[in-house]
Design a protein around this ligand. Structure first.
Ligand SMILES: C[S@@+](CC[C@H](N)C(=O)[O-])C[C@H]1O[C@@H](n2cnc3c(N)ncnc32)[C@H](O)[C@@H]1O
Length: 243
């Protein structure tokens, strides 16, 4: 299947409101995220490797904010343990409709259930692996503790959470530098100056990044026994947290 190119913010005459995970975004999403998030492909494929290592027989693996199911498929490919199931959650019906047909054409055997719900309302149970790849950043900051606490409660001892996020830096110079490097990455991937600027303003009140220290603190407060960054490129990072 070919992936249509993202040119949503290219037309100088079209008006853009706030960013939303609607059908126009879902249609170009694989191209958009690959050209916008440094390290995305590595994070997704290593999420699969981590799931293969931490999946426990008879347990559930969650992909929260699954979009088109890239992390779901990476996990599914690596699970070796018997009687696992994957529960993939998103609150965008446009994403889930496309995700379902992608999952249907995949041949790996672990059952996948797609659930249309707000991540905040999902009760995590009997989980060995919970993945939030670039999803927590879209949840209001004051509601994030509850989401992470719920994940901790639903994980089995020895289970793992993978949390990937856009991040900010305490040091204003480093913050500015990483934003600039990210924009250079996007321009090198064919986005114009105008597209970068428009997307930035469309996301400004929707995608709310935090510092890595804030994430670490929240994860420790929830009770996780250890946590660290396993991947970072500029202002995009992925953490692993163990129960
Ligand atoms: C950047 S995408 C995630 C990418 C995906 N995890 C991957 O690896 O390809 C963020 C996704 O989270 C979903 N999302 C945002 N807020 C959500 C919420 N409160 N509950 C459920 N899904 C949410 C969006 O619809 C979108 O599909």
């Amino acid at each position: 299947m070919t992936n249509p190119r993202d040119s949503l913010y290219a037309d100088p005459l079209s008006e853009h409101g706030l960013f939303a995970f609607d059908d126009s975004v879902a249609r170009v999403f694989p191209d958009m995220i690959k050209r916008s998030v440094p390290g995305y492909s590595t994070i997704v494929s290593m999420t699969g490797v981590l799931a293969g290592k931490y999946a426990m027989a008879g347990s559930a693996l969650y992909d929260l904010g699954c979009s088109l199911g890239a992390s779901t498929l990476a996990m599914r490919q690596h699970i070796q343990q018997p009687d696992c199931r994957i529960i993939s959650v998103d609150n965008s019906t446009a994403m889930l409709e496309r995700c379902q047909s992608i999952i249907d054409s995949d041949t790996y055997k672990t059952p996948v259930t797609l659930t249309c719900a707000d991540v905040q309302d999902v009760v995590i149970m009997n989980a060995s692996v919970v993945v939030l790849n670039f999803t927590l950043q879209f949840i209001p900051r004051e509601l994030r503790d509850r989401v992470i606490n719920g994940i901790y409660d639903g994980l089995l001892p020895g289970g793992v959470m993978v949390l990937s996020e856009k991040v900010t830096f305490e040091d204003p110079h480093l913050d500015e530098l990483n934003i600039e490097l990210h924009h250079q990455f996007k321009r090198a991937n064919g986005y114009s100056e105008l597209e970068v600027a428009r997307k930035r303003s469309a996301l400004e009140t929707i995608l709310l990044p935090e510092t890595l220290n804030r994430h670490r603190q929240r994860i420790a407060n929830a009770g996780f026994s250890s946590c660290d960054v396993w991947f970072q490129c500029f202002n995009f990072a992925s953490l692993i947290a163990l129960k």
